[in-house]
Design a protein. Structure first.
Length: 347
């Protein structure tokens, strides 16, 4: 099927219209028309080749919501017209211990990413959600609960699951003390989800400007990370801190905020971290961890949780041809709190 999307041809070129083919349906494939696609900071990182493993042309987009237009002969779970979603993965080996546990994001043979990856069968490049149509195997398609507004649900597919998963892994619930570093796309979802689980939530931001927003999103308070006095007062007062900062930074000042056995989980920056002082780790039995997205079953659990709790991202809708400006604004942290592309604007 011929479709249209927006691609970057090189790490230095802006995104521009790009015509390409989606594969003919395999028996277990679902075809969908994409209605909305969220704009993740990872899209910007990969379009600019910040991580050094991008292949071009690249069609970003892994926060995808759409409607089923066609199903393969063996598809059981979906029918034409269903509201569906796709996140960061479109395939995995399905056989290893991690896949069998429903942790496809940790597949021993590496999952296939929605874009900037290779199809497991044809080895053709995968292209993401900044496009009109998508074909994905049934096992990697999520169901969007009726209660969720389709125009706002897209960011749940990456920002939502990437913050939901560590909250679940570290057993956050009523009474947990959770810190969230960086109030952006992932950060604002971390606040809403942690508050929805009953935790006491603190935003750690570079400036006090976002305090009113932080409280409105469900946080109990905002701590300005450059305020040395306030940081000192907050020592040993968190069970879990989720770090969403997208650039290289020193995590030491945040480690000291963890209580005994507390964990700082990095979901943001992918790359070197500055040299760490081991003292706070050793003396406080604190942990530094990482976490990638979440499995398919957990992603469905998160969508259902959001539907039950009426949790949705704060979105700013843009047209497809506004994407380059949106990237620039995202780089300046000028987004409250997620851009979503209305794919009806692309023809
Ligand atoms: P975003 O919307 O741009 O938010 C990042 C936030 O970090 C900003 O709002 C800002 O918050 C803070 N920040 C930005 N620049 C900073 C700097 N120079 N120093 C300190 N703080 C800074 O980005 P996002 O979409 O949430 O993504 C965040 C990161 O997560 C990206 O690196 C992305 O690639 C990564 N990611 C990882 C996964 C995964 O599976 N682990 C999934 C998705 C995304 P304040 O203004 O409040 O300080
Ligand atoms: Zn993402």
């Amino acid at each position: 099927m011929l479709t249209i999307g927006y691609a970057a041809q090189t790490a230095k070129s802006p995104l521009a219209p790009f015509n390409f083919e989606r594969r003919a349906l395999r028996p277990n494939d679902v075809a969908m028309e994409i209605l909305y696609c969220g704009v993740c900071h990872s899209d910007l990182h990969q379009a600019r080749d910040d991580w050094g493993f991008s292949t071009f042309p690249i069609v970003p987009g892994h926060e995808i919501v759409g409607r089923v237009t066609e199903i393969g002969s063996a598809v059981k779970r979906y029918k034409v017209g269903d509201a569906v979603a796709v996140g960061c993965m479109v395939d995995s080996c399905q056989e290893c211990d991690q896949c069998r546990k429903g942790e496809e994001q940790l597949c021993r043979q590496a999952n296939t990413q929605t874009y900037n990856s290779r199809d497991r069968i044809t080895k053709a490049p995968t292209y993401g959600g900044y496009s009109k149509h998508l074909v994905v195997r049934e096992e990697f398609v999520l169901r969007v609960p009726d209660a969720l507004d389709l125009a706002k649900a897209a960011p749940l597919l990456c920002a939502g699951i990437t913050t939901y998963s560590p909250l679940r892994t570290w057993n956050v619930g009523p009474g947990s003390r959770v810190g969230v570093i960086g109030l952006g796309g992932l950060g604002h979802m971390a606040v809403k989800l942690a508050a929805g689980m009953g935790a006491q939530v603190t935003v750690l931001s570079r400036s006090p400007d976002k305090e009113a927003d932080a409280l409105a999103l469900g946080a109990d308070n905002l701590l300005v990370s450059s305020d040395k006095e306030a940081m000192k007062k907050a020592a040993s007062s968190f069970d879990l801190i989720i770090d969403t900062v997208p650039v290289r930074h020193d995590v030491s000042p945040y480690m000291a905020l963890l209580d005994v056995d507390g964990t700082l989980v990095i979901v943001g920056q992918i790359g070197p971290i500055d040299q760490q002082l081991t003292l706070p780790f050793v003396l406080g039995r604190r942990r530094l961890a990482g976490s990638p997205i979440g499995g398919i079953a957990e992603t469905q659990e998160m969508l259902d949780f959001c539907a039950r709790k009426n949790i949705l991202p704060d979105c700013e809708m843009i047209r497809m041809d506004e994407i380059n400006e949106a990237f620039e604004r995202m780089e300046r942290s000028d987004v409250r709190y997620r851009f979503v592309i209305d794919m009806a604007s692309l023809s």
